[in-house]
Design a protein around this ligand. Sequence first.
Ligand SMILES: Cc1cc2nc3c(=O)[nH]c(=O)nc-3n(C[C@H](O)[C@H](O)[C@H](O)COP(=O)(O)OP(=O)(O)OC[C@H]3O[C@@H](n4cnc5c(N)ncnc54)[C@H](O)[C@@H]3O)c2cc1C
Length: 360
Amino acid sequence: MSRTIIVGNGVAGSLLAWAFYQKGEPFTLIGKPVETSSSAVAAGVLNPVTGKRLAKGWMIETFLSTAMQRYRELEEAWEETFFYQLPIQRFCLSSKEVETHRKRREDPEYRGFLGPLRAPGSLVPEFRDDYGSFPIEPVGYVELPKFLEAASRFFSKHDSREEGVFQYEDLYVSKKEIRYRGENIQRVIFCEGHEVNRNPFFAWLPFRPVRGEIITLRIPGLTLPKAIYHHRKWILPLPDGSFRVGSTYDRGGLTAIPTLAGKEALLQGVEGMFHPDFAPELLQHRAGVRPCSKDTRPYLGQHPQYPGLFVLNGMSSKGAVYGPWAADHLADHIIAKQPLEPAFDALRFGRLYRDSGGGV
Ligand SMILES: Cc1cc2nc3c(=O)[nH]c(=O)nc-3n(C[C@H](O)[C@H](O)[C@H](O)COP(=O)(O)OP(=O)(O)OC[C@H]3O[C@@H](n4cnc5c(N)ncnc54)[C@H](O)[C@@H]3O)c2cc1C
């Protein structure tokens, strides 16, 4: 049986490679060094309710339960620890947010996600806390750099990873056959994150890339109990005593280059979070580009014209959440011929391919 090529070893490509590995399908995962991906920069938080409206993500129960199960299973298979189950402690920053929390708590749809409101100032005294806080569960985070390194090690050990760049000009594709560098290939699945804009076969998909920046700080004098705290920004205490703070949303930023404006916004966020005047020391500042889809849902499925080409992308700002379910779903579709969930099928935007005159 000829092999499948999976292009891109961010969270999407790595999880898809695992789904293929489990099904005994031969594949090669082609990827650049892991630090080049949005996945390597992301906080990796699995958060069921987000934004000022505390909105519950669509199908979030399914995504979360698949994700938690998958990350635990992968920790065992890849012999690495990267998944931590922790609550989010969220602060209300206005009376309006207190009211939103109250309404959501009464909504049966939100049962089990939102804990009760605590009295202002009662959680951790160092935080500015005029309106109270509440826990969000079940939540956790994936230390994605460790996850990506573990995936690379695992697939390299099993001779199914190649470090390098997939060259589109070395691909020959027709309706009947696919060759890469002269070798017959079963199929190619593109998981390139925001770099899909260079892909001659899938660049027609509508993306709204958003740069995100993140900083790591030492804050002398501050220790916080283990949790993910959500205040003006989120702050995560790390095992070595430092703190990770994120993130920014910059719709104009199409490169993964950290900016002065991003750093200042994050440092200001930290300043507004605490009562005492801490003097944070910057240890690291990184940026990534979120591959946001037009409707914030992933894009998966087959190319409209070439049946051997597939895509898994559009993870938007939830790659760690969507990835496990989306990778399994695409693998089941390709290998077991299961139907695709229409809300994720990339062909929901197939009209754009036709309008582009066929792309290639
Ligand atoms: C600051 C920030 C914070 C975030 N926080 C969270 C969070 O808390 N929770 C969450 O769930 N999500 C979060 N996200 C979103 C998350 O990072 C993305 O949804 C996810 O990482 C996208 O994964 P991906 O594998 O699709 O793309 P990427 O991670 O970008 O991976 C694509 C890979 O493909 C490679 N590639 C591209 N073209 C080629 C080629 N031709 N040959 C070989 N390799 C190629 C790239 O180099 C890259 O390594 C955050 C993102 C940012 C930027």
